[in-house]
Design a protein around this ligand. Sequence first.
Ligand code: BGC
Length: 769
Amino acid sequence: MKSVRAITCTAITGAALTSTPTFSAGNSGHDAKALSDDVVRARANELIARMTPEEKAGQITQYFDFLNEPEEAKRVESEMAAARAGSLLFVHDAKELRRLQQIAVETTRLKIPLLFGYDVIHGLRTIMPVPIAMAASWDPKVAEQGQAVAAREARAVGIHWTFAPNVDIARDPRWGRMIEGAGEDPYLGSVMAAAQVRGFQGAGIGTPGTVVAGPKHFAGYGASIGGRDYDEVNLSDSELWNVYLPPFKAAVEAGAGNIMSAYMGLNGVPATGNRWLLTNVLRETWGFKGFIVTDAGSAHDLKTHEFAASLEDAAVRALGAGVDMEMAPPFGVSAFKTLPQSMAEGRVSVEAVDNAVRRVLEVKIRMGLFEQPYVDLEEAQRVLNDPGHRVVARVAAERAAVLLSNEGSALPLDAKMLKSIAVIGPLADSARDTVGPWVFDQDDSETVTVLSGIKAKVGSGVRVDYSPGVTMPARLHKSIFDSSPHKEIPRVQVDDDAEIRRSVEIARAADVAVVVVGESQLMIGEQASRSSLDLPGRQQELLDAVIATGKPVVVLLMSARPLDLKGSKPAALMNIWYPGTQGGAAVANLLFGEVSPGGKLPFTWPRNIGQIPMPYAHLKTHQPKTAGERYWNEPSTPLYSFGHGLSYSTFSFSNLKIDQVRVIVGEPISVSVDVSNTGSRQADEVAQLYIHQRHGTAARPVRELKGFERVTLAPGQTRTVHFKLTAQDLSYWAASTRSFVQDATVFDVYVGGSSTASLAGNFEVTAQR
Ligand code: BGC
């Protein structure tokens, strides 16, 4: 039964990774010969011909299975045993997955295996940095390899499908789920979406050691009004086509096998009942061939949204819009349970139901579940403990960190010159926070916190004093992840006044203070929107008190949205995100200069919350010269621009070459630039290319990212980076024609290390030669 095919993870070029881990696929998946579409369809049709209406409705229903909720687990199991469930989610224990699969395969009438789904968002056992951090690496290989490891671990325990990547564009940092995506930009978002799909699915559905990817949430979810999670979204077609849809299209083009519909209403029509989105755009315009699942209970919620009249109507409308599988509401009634009756009464056609069932069966066939439904438990343990996975996690965290400021080159620290370090802050030694949200069963004991990473790095020669500083405050109300059916998360509490005094004392007695502050992992993510960007609780007071000692202070921010530090001026400020299982080890390597930070911001960092949203890719107004003066009380420029990120070295850009002065519409154009390391240590820079269209069918943004490459350069080394701008890069959706257009016009090109790059050139696009 064992597959011997090997998966070679794409190499990461990080300075710290000396060899590329090669992972054997183990037995976690069958070695699917590429089955032809006809064969797969015929096998699915044979089964469909033998299914009852109840079995069909069940096959396209997915249930939550929470093992710590015995009553609910019993209900779900009885549905499953009666062949009225096609898929389960949330079970992730290998033994339990095997037991449940045995029931489906050995006791149900047609022996159809279950498809197990789970939110493997940034790792299963080995936790990678959160997705926005992987995007901040500006290195698609980091995202691809990170998700390949996640997929391998998931598949090893018996999970077949992940509800990831989240490819929602997020331009409002109040929205907590920006942590799951790639930030504000459609181009960066598209590159990261495709990379993650490749990571999860490998060479395609059925590749051993991989899972089906389910990009979500289709579509527009990141634009909820007020940044309030779940609230309605109102987007113009131009914003949809040019900003919010491109990452989904890229994910579909990369072969994603599944798409999840969003919860909220898009321009008044709930996404799960939105035929224009699910059928006209996704299937008919983009040719998506996989299956569409609803978000949790969102078919049922078409009624809650006051869109559908009844549960029956909700199911008919969801299916009619293009949904194939309902993720049933946890503890609630599945809307799809009403389908057999609706079929009998002619409200929905048998053909429509069969089409959905076929898409679900096809994925099970392609995944090889009929041939190999079970996983080998010992092999699962071996895969979960693979040390190569930890290396991938560490390198990803190193590459994700963004150095925001470094006054007087405070970083890197020189371990040889230091006698003592004060490590301060409520996030400095919190394993739970270090891995971030969407992690349910990580092994805290194997998570390297910042404190433990620093201690391990400096050894016994340097004294390390630690104080948590202050208590992380409680949320106003609990999150879904901090209450049943999830485990309650314990909170560390200290006497804030006494602990701030102690922090000041240990900072005074140390050569340098490393302060780790930010938001706890429950303060970001789903149901974790926030109407403030301040440091929660008394962290700002703590930070000010430590800075007031006059000692050099390095601030490490654990956050996934821009935070407002109220003008504090630490010697250095680095965003380390929620860096994952190996976070502390990566941070120590960064602090002591073993690797140089090279990550860049995937979003604009405002000065304060009053400025949001402020995407860098905005349109020019009639008064462009005063663009930075829109507010009379402060500059209307951001604190840090999109694409910003410093390094321990310095770089210069020169010799910008555009291969032609003029091209005709439809032709590509090549751009190259020399990037030089002008400093004294090896480091990375991200060459970023932005375009600006001077006039056309519609006005276009002042700058738009259209290419980037992260390069590692030795001191003094110069590398030429090549970009190609295709006709697609120069096209956009115009509201005036309600179509994609490419204009004959003039383009400015800017290349450099951030969105404020100054090296510029231009070229012309003409209608004909
Ligand atoms: C989230 C989805 C997630 C699902 C299952 C929903 O609340 O919006 O992103 O995949 O739950 O956990």
